[in-house]
Every structure is written in C-alpha cells, then in structure tokens.
Design a binder for this molecule. Structure first.
Ligand SMILES: C[S@@+](CC[C@H](N)C(=O)[O-])C[C@H]1O[C@@H](n2cnc3c(N)ncnc32)[C@H](O)[C@@H]1O
Length: 374
C-alpha cells in the first residue's frame, strides 16, 4: 500500500496532484490505477513509471495498513492544498467578490459546495440576511473554523451532498463554483438543476447563471500525442506474447473520439481553428430544454494536422465572465486537452464537423467530442 505525501508541494504540477488524489487515503497501485481508469485514458506503463518516479521523489510513500490514520491526515492536507489553489486565483475570487457584494445585501443566500467557506464569508460580510453553506467533504471542518474566525457564526453549515439536503425556505440567491477541468465533471448541471428547482425563489438569482463549453481545434506536436510509439508498443507486445493484437491497433487507428490527453506530457501545440461553442447552458432553464447532443462546424483558420482539441469554459456571473480559455489570463483551472488517434489534414477556410454530447460515466458527467466522418 502506498500513500500520498506533500513533500515539496510548491514543485508539484496539477497532473501530479490528480495522481496523488488516488493515493490520498492510502491505496495499492492496482486500486489507484483502477480508479484512475474510470476517469482518465491512461497508459498502464506510463502510470507505473510515474508512480515509481513519485515514490523515489517522496510524493508517494509505501505504508502498511496500520498507518491508515496517518494517511487520512495526508488526505486532508491534499484537500486543503487544492482549495488554497482556488483561493489564490485572483480573477476567480475578484469576480465572485464583486458580484456577491453587488447582489446579496438583505437577501438570503445558499452556497452549494462551500469548500473552505470563503464565498459564504464574503456573502455574510456583504450583509446577506441569512447564509446557508452546504459542503459534502471533510473541508467543511475548515469552513466551520473560517466562519467562527470571521465573526460569521450565523452562517449555517450543512454537511452533505446538496441533492440529499432539505432546507426550510427558498432563497434569493444560489452561489456555486462547481466547474472542473472538463467543465461538467463536477456535475454542475445536475446539481444546479436540482438546487434551482428545490431551493431557489421564482425570482431568485443563480451565480453563475450561464455556462458555455467551448473548444479550439489544435495540432499537438507529435511527441505529445505519442500515438506512434503507442502503436509500436502494442506491436511489440503482440510479438512478445504471441497474440495477434492487430484488431486493437486497427480500432485505435479508426477512433475519431477526442479522448482526454494522457497526463504527464507538456509538449506544445498550435491553434488551427476559431473558437467553437459546443454548449451554452442557461442554468435558469429546465434541464430538459438543454441541448446535450449537437453536430457543429469547427472553422479552420490555419492549415495543419488536426489531432486534438482544447476544451474550456466561459461562465457568467451577472455581467462578469470567468474563463480558462488558453488565450485568456491563466487561472487555477487547467484546460482539458483531448487527442484523437487519427489526425485529419485540414486546410484554412474548411469546416470540420464535430459531434458533442454530454455523457455520464460512473455518476460523473463529461463532455464527449467526436469528429464526424464527411
Ligand atoms: C471547486 S470547489 C469550490 C469551493 C468554494 N465554493 C470556493 O469557491 O472556494 C467545489 C466544492 O463543492 C463541493 N461539492 C461539489 N458538489 C457538491 C454537492 N452537490 N453538494 C455539496 N458539496 C458539493 C466539493 O466538495 C468542493 O469542496
């Protein structure tokens, strides 16, 4: 069994944090790999190499099961670390602060997923009539302390998942920040649709109220997609184990689904297309009215080899836009890079058909993007 450690946290990259989280409470590499596979396309040997590297640099520590309690403490610090990253995102904090201060005075506020409690404290300090904060993870303990330390003991903390919670009145404002690297992966659509229906007054406000999922077509440099060496490795495996694996290679070559890019690569890319809005969710709308399956044209503005997409969001808090577009100032959100094994040569001025849908995998929503054959 191995547990995560935050030796030299300032040196760790987000990719590493993603991996560490699978060892946060102590896990065998097999369990961690199995859990990771539910959410990421990840190569087994790459995973093993990375785990070995992280063990040798002290981020992962082999433990025996009796040390589980200690491992839990490491999990807590990992959770805090990920929230500190959010707090240090100036544009995120400033957008929320500005809108909260503009809207909440004399109004009742419900925060879904309060994390450290920072937004609820801002709401209480800006004169909200009542603040209720819901949080489902252990970070709620820190939120309780933050409320006390800031003279906001009146903030009502509810520990649990909002979808299991009931409250005694409808509120004027629902505050939330449930956006992942795949913008939908924190289940913002399901959660806010439920919260709006059960907790919000008919003339109440959602903050944010609108979420766009956008993409750009890109050309990764060849070492980033690594598809050639993947193919070579499978060919090598095929001969070393004496099994004909060519159907797998053929399927790999034919796939036109843009999958999550392997973690742990840093190579660059060129943007080949204009921005395409895959989804534009008005969160006040009933979920049934959201279009969750579309075919759209991606306009090519530079010729090249289209072998990937970068996905990002634009969300709107009143008039404020927050985005993790790769063309905007950096935020705490990474972009969601996708690769396709079979690249397309594209010419400036062409339009490539892209099919986008929202799918749910092991209880989590995500954006599925595929190139439509023409
Ligand atoms: C991205 S963090 C944002 C935390 C805080 N609102 C902030 O802006 O700093 C999202 C938090 O929401 C919590 N969360 C997500 N979905 C939830 C739900 N349905 N009910 C309660 N908490 C939830 C997560 O555990 C996490 O702490």
């Amino acid at each position: 069994m191995i547990r995560a450690s935050l030796a030299s946290p300032e040196l760790i990259r987000m990719d590493g944090v993603a991996l560490l989280s699978y060892f946060a409470t102590g896990a065998t590499p097999e369990t961690a790999y199995g859990n990771m596979l539910k959410e990421w396309e990840i190569d087994r040997s790459e995973f093993i190499r990375t785990v070995e590297k992280m063990v040798s640099s002290g981020y992962l520590i082999p433990i025996n099961p009796t040390e589980r309690f200690e491992a839990l403490k490491a999990a807590e610090s990992l959770l805090i670390k990920s929230h500190v990253r959010l707090l240090n995102d100036e544009s995120r904090m400033l957008s929320y602060k500005t809108v909260i201060e503009h809207l909440v005075k004399g109004r009742t506020v419900l925060e879904i997923g309060c994390g450290t409690g920072i937004l609820s404290v801002l709401a209480a300090k800006a004169g909200a009539k009542r603040v209720i904060a819901i949080e489902e993870t252990g970070i709620a303990r820190i939120a309780a302390e933050l409320f006390k330390a800031n003279g906001c003991s009146a903030v009502e903390l509810v520990i649990g998942n909002s979808r299991d919670v009931r409250i005694d009145e409808r509120v004027d404002i629902i505050l939330h920040e449930l956006i992942g690297f795949d913008p939908l992966s924190e289940n913002v659509l399901l959660t806010i649709s439920d919260a709006r229906k059960r907790f919000l007054k008919s003339d109440g406000f959602l903050v944010p109220h609108r979420l766009k999922v956008c993409c750009l077509g890109i050309e990764f440099s060849s070492d980033a997609t690594n598809s050639c060496s993947e193919e070579q490795r499978i060919v090598a495996l095929s001969s070393s184990c004496g099994i004909n694996l060519h159907p797998i290679i053929a399927a790999m070559k034919q796939s036109n689904i843009y999958t999550h890019k392997m973690l742990f690569t840093t190579a660059g890319y060129q943007i080949l297309s204009d921005e395409l809005t895959l989804f534009d969710f008005d969160l006040y709308e009933n979920a049934e009215n959201w279009q969750v399956h579309k075919v759209l044209p991606l306009s090519i503005r530079q010729s090249g080899e289209l072998n990937g997409l970068v996905l990002y969001f634009r969300m709107f808090l009143n008039d404020h836009e927050l985005t993790n577009s790769p063309l905007a100032a950096k935020t705490s959100w990474e972009q969601d890079y996708r690769v396709v094994p079979r690249a397309t040569i594209v010419q400036k001025g062409a339009a490539i058909s892209i099919e986008a849908s929202v799918e749910t995998v092991v209880g989590k929503q995500r954006v599925l993007v595929r190139r439509v054959e023409q």
